[in-house]
Design a protein around this ligand. Structure first.
Ligand SMILES: [Zn+2]
Ligand SMILES: [Zn+2]
Length: 388
């Protein structure tokens, strides 16, 4: 590994910061303490700081040598609304709040990178460090773009990274093209006619209708989308009825759709309401459908991905570049920023073996050993550019 010495020297401090943030997790658009933590340290390093973009977002601008190039680096700051398992000394002190995706680590890696770049200013042009709120399902990245992120802070390119338990420690990956899936979600209410369970002919059973709708929806991926274009439809919640001898009058289900291709996404969206409406109609029931488009497919720019691959090789060596790591069906609102500017999204391996819990698992924790790796990688995007 070829890490930046001044960042390695800060490893203990970074670890302390990460654990401090971990103990005080804040969920989307509520990152008040976290944003202040970031802004205070950026200001103390002489970095121009802008707060309040998308509510709790923080943007820092670092000027290097004279030059017109501007590179964006982005981290996410939010935690998840869930409880943490285990009893680490730095465990969450707030019930129902948990840094279960490692955004505490991402925040600290970008902060350390910013402090290094501000201390050395050994690059051409400027760097824009973007600390965004609300990545977990609330689209803070979209809100930042809509709030004028790139108009107020022009960037020619933008980069971000995420820790990855499925990749071993010491490796990182980036792939050109679609790298993470789109994310949509749906909520359906099926309205029937309730009644006595022993006299079903006097009812329109929303539960039976829902069962058939859920099965029929599985044909959208199996029979409507191209098998070579990955897509997932998962029904994750189904609710009907209150007791054994009453047929309810309503049933509800909800779930999510993911796709690695915008065409596949559109086919599923169109087929969704067609399938739900017609199957419900076949059983005499009515369906109210809410289908919400959330995040687009995350698409890495080809040239930026090559740049990111070079940064990985410069930092972790040739063996550290896991170029074959496949795309994931998870989603990321960094996709909204990549719709506006070319850039790339990296995955930094933090796995310590097959038992490493995946992000969003209650026993997950960010691996502090990757703090200097991520911070060094982020600096590489800026400093490699200076050499080019
Ligand atoms: Zn997450
Ligand atoms: Zn995450």
């Amino acid at each position: 590994m070829d890490l930046i010495p001044s960042i390695v020297a800060r490893h203990a401090e970074m670890t302390a910061w990460r654990r401090q943030l971990h103990a005080r997790p804040e969920i989307g658009f509520e990152e008040v303490e976290t944003a202040a933590f970031v802004a205070d340290r950026l200001r103390a390093a002489g970095i121009a700081v802008h707060t309040g973009l998308a509510g709790t977002g923080v943007v820092g601008v670092i000027e290097g040598r004279p030059g017109s190039r501007s590179i964006g680096l982005r981290a996410d700051m939010d935690a998840l609304p869930m409880d943490e398992a285990g009893d680490r000394p730095w465990r969450s002190t707030i019930p129902g709040r948990f840094h279960g995706c490692g955004h505490d680590g991402h925040t600290v890696m970008l902060l350390a990178a910013a402090l290094h770049l501000a201390a050395t200013r050994d690059f051409d042009g400027r760097v824009v460090v973007v600390f965004q709120p609300a990545e977990e399902g609330l689209g803070g990245g979209r809100v930042m773009v809509e709030a004028g992120l790139f108009e107020r802070f022009p960037c020619d390119e933008i980069y971000a990274l995420h820790n990855m338990p499925l990749l071993p420690f010491g490796q990182a990956s980036v792939r050109p093209g679609p790298a993470l899936a789109s994310f949509d979600r749906f909520e359906v209410t099926i309205r029937g006619v309730g009644g006595h369970a022993a006299m079903p002919h006097k009812t329109i059973d929303p539960g039976l209708t829902m069962a058939h709708v859920v099965v029929a929806l599985q044909a959208l991926v199996a029979r409507n989308t191209d098998p070579l274009q990955a897509a997932v439809l998962s029904v994750t919640q189904m609710n009907v009825g209150t007791t054994h001898n009453v047929i309810a009058s309503e049933a509800r289900f909800a779930g999510t759709v993911r796709a690695l291709d915008e065409a596949a996404r559109a086919i599923i969206e169109a087929g969704f309401s067609r399938t739900v409406q017609h199957v419900a109609q076949a059983y005499g029931a009515q369906a109210d459908i809410a289908y919400i488009r959330e995040y687009p497919v995350l698409i890495n720019d080809a040239a930026a991905s090559r740049q990111a691959g070079a940064a990985i090789e410069a930092t972790l060596g040739r063996d550290g570049f896991a170029a074959a790591f496949p795309p994931l069906m998870a989603a990321e609102d960094f996709a909204f920023m990549l719709q506006q500017r070319p850039g790339a999204y990296l995955l930094v391996g933090q796995g310590t073996g097959p038992e490493s819990p995946m992000v969003h698992h209650p026993a997950y924790d960010f691996n502090d050993d990757i703090l200097p790796i991520g911070a060094s990688l982020l600096c590489q995007f800026v400093e490699l550019r200076g050499v080019n």
